[in-house]
Design a protein around this ligand. Structure first.
Ligand code: ATP
Ligand code: MG
Length: 433
């Protein structure tokens, strides 16, 4: 007999199979039981009649939610069942029975989000949460597949770092060995600039940390970033790479995670139009659009959530905003030769109000200019000596960006808050469980 997953049930119509999982729900109706099983790949409805299967019936009756089980039965097509198939239970083995006196805390009703976050280790079992995590995994798989296919080599950046790269206010300081201090990385960028000079086209994909003091729907203190960097590349190359990457990730999820998107009731028509090329507007044009729509933004302002929502709502796919004033961007951004007050940087804003998913651009490759910028930003030179070496020894124009994984997955899933798309979210007031 085949041990299968619920996801595979469609290929076993009419056959007797075994499933391994948990009892998600049980409806009892006299001499008939209607369990719902889950196994991590999906949920499946079952039927068990006392007359035909007295032993399985006895094992199943009164069984508590989330008890672990091994179920045997015949798969049959059933249009009304979730997933299109159900199982006629012939045998049921209980692996561990959840005690009646200490029932599973998450019932099949609405719970408050703090209640659920406190029980995140259990909450992830619910079909909606499992679907989100499976989509996240598909997004990661597709992103890496795309980058590898473009000739980029994965080079992992360190997590302990000696200095900040995205501003000092959001740094997590840690006690390193003896008296030394280190910081958790805010971005792997400076390090992939080094590996790009060694390998040409590279990326890092790992966790990054920012002590974000603002409580928003799109900020975590620990989040994952995919950061490509390429030698001999410019702003245009990175805008193109970014739209290719995002299109590929979205189209892969649409193709390979159909059931999960259904579970989330995601409007997939909105995702289907996410295909490169994406619209591109300059910062100047963005300000004009904002002012026309009655937003108080004035030239020189950075954009917050409201501005990003107005800008992205004009399009059916992500929009790229490029050439921001250098004054509101990081110290390493290359100035536009035509207008040195502008930085050769870009942000990609997701549709439907999900905000910035990518930030990046061209880096300063001139030694003197970079030293000047460090001074202007009141950053110490000492910890950046290795970074300055990259401008001393064979410097070349280069560019890259950072794609926020959770922002991207939250948008693809259509979740209200970014906290649902990472297995164990870390936020300003939460490090448990
Ligand atoms: P924002 O202004 O929206 O806070 P940022 O400009 O500080 O973002 P970048 O430094 O450009 O962000 O980081 C690159 C990407 O990482 C962002 O486009 C976003 O997708 C993601 N990101 C940044 N901060 C966070 C965070 N606190 N939580 C989750 N994702 C984040
Ligand atoms: Mg940014």
């Amino acid at each position: 007999m085949s041990v299968i997953t619920i996801e595979q049930a469609g290929s076993y119509d009419g056959q007797e199979v075994t499933l391994q999982g948990w009892l998600y729900n049980l409806r009892e109706s006299g001499k008939l039981l209607f369990p719902i099983f889950r196994d991590g790949t999906g949920i499946m409805q079952g039927v068990c009649a006392q007359k035909e299967q007295p032993e399985a019936f006895a094992a199943l009756r009164g069984l508590t939610q989330e008890s672990s089980v091994i179920v045997t039965g015949k798969i049959r097509a059933e249009k009304r069942a979730p997933g299109g198939y159900e199982i006629g239970v012939t045998k049921l083995e209980v692996v561990q029975r959840v005690s009646e006196s200490d029932p599973y805390p998450i019932q099949l009703k609405e719970h408050g989000v703090d209640f659920l976050l406190d029980r995140r280790h259990l909450w992830i079992r619910t079909p909606r949460q499992a679907a989100i995590l499976r989509i996240r995994a598909e997004a990661v798989r597709a992103a890496r597949q795309f980058m590898d296919g473009q000739g980029y080599t994965l080079t992992d950046a360190p997590i302990f770092t000696p200095a900040a790269c995205e501003g000092t206010t959001s740094l997590f300081e840690v006690q390193y060995i003896d008296e030394e201090k280190a910081y958790l990385t805010q971005s792997g960028q400076l390090y992939v600039e080094a590996t790009a000079m060694a390998l040409g086209k590279v990326y890092t994909f790992g966790p990054t940390f920012r002590a974000e003091k603002s409580k928003t729907r799109r900020h975590l203190t620990e989040f994952w970033m995919l950061e490509p960097e390429a030698a001999f590349a410019d702003l245009g190359d990175m805008m193109e790479l970014g739209e290719g990457l995002v299109s590929h990730v979205v189209q892969s999820v649409l193709k390979n995670r159909v059931r999960e998107l259904e579970t989330l009731k995601r409007d997939t028509a909105k995702l289907a139009s996410v295909q490169a090329p994406f619209p591109r507007i300059s910062y100047d044009e963005a300000i004009e659009i904002l002012q026309k729509s009655g937003n108080p933004a004035k030239y020189g302002d950075d954009f917050g959530g409201d501005e990003e929502t107005i800008l992205s709502s004009q399009y059916d796919r992500p929009v790229i905003v490029h050439r921001y004033p250098a004054a509101i961007k990081a110290f390493y951004m290359q100035p536009d030769p035509l207008r040195p007050d502008l930085a050769l940087g870009f942000d990609m804003l997701a549709p439907e109000g999900y905000g910035e998913i990518i930030g990046g651009g061209q880096r300063i490759h001139d030694y003197d200019l970079l030293v000047r910028r460090l001074k202007e930003h009141n950053l110490p030179e000492e910890p950046f000596q290795w970074y300055l070496d990259l401008r001393r020894y064979g410097s070349v124009p280069h560019a890259g960006f950072g794609l926020g994984l959770e922002r991207t997955v939250a948008w693809i899933c259509g979740t209200e808050h970014i906290r649902e798309v990472i297995p164990f979210p870390r936020m300003i007031y939460r490090v448990y469980p």
